[in-house]
Ligand binder design. Sequence first.
Ligand code: PGA
Length: 254
Amino acid sequence: MRRPILAANWKMNMDSAALRAFTDRFIPLVANAKAVDVVIAPPFTLLDRLAQQIAGTAIQSAGQNVHPEESGAFTGEIAAGMLADMGCTYAIVGHSERRALFGESSAWVAQKATALLRHRIRPIVCVGETLEQRDAGQALEVVATQIGESLAGVASDQAEQVVVAYEPVWAIGTGRTATPEIAQQAHEHIRKQLSAQFGEAGNRIRIQYGGSVKPETVYALMAQPDIDGALVGGASLDPEAFARIVLFQDQRIS
Ligand code: PGA
């Protein structure tokens, strides 16, 4: 009942030549992937070119960040309306790199999410615990607090527009994917919280897993009842690997 969503987070990678090489290869590979949402979040500088190259396909584009204000003296920042102008239908907010390296709080992330919703852009709200927090037995509690605070400004009738990405920090870029069981445990916990906060709409919110997702690991993750998608960093830079992730149904290893 929840449409799978496979999203590429390119972080600070790729240029226009690399984008062209990627889309030339990737677009035909996923042409038949009709039952899933495919999203690419390139650096801001490539949003316009990406929009041109995916025109006429079902692929959607996303920002990697946004500023909550509509416009003004915020040198170096990008507003939600500007992302909408570039054709973005999604934007990532609260990625753990932004929380850790740029000091973003959940309250700040909440402002970004509501700014996006005002512009009909679906926020992909990232949460996840550090290894230290997991080892201290605090993983589920930390994630619950992040969700509560990051989604504080979302009304029930908008909740369905939100995507939550559970990305344990210890699994990001480390090659260490959470096992499907560990991921499912966190997702189930998140699902219960979303249902408590948003009622029936909470059941329709998609929850992505992120952290070293690879073509070899995506099937077992997606087979879990509360895992509705993947947010993919490293593997999404390779068109073949990301296409195999989009076609996760075909990756069953028997
Ligand atoms: P990774 O990144 O797939 O390279 O671990 C995921 C993310 O940070 O969104």
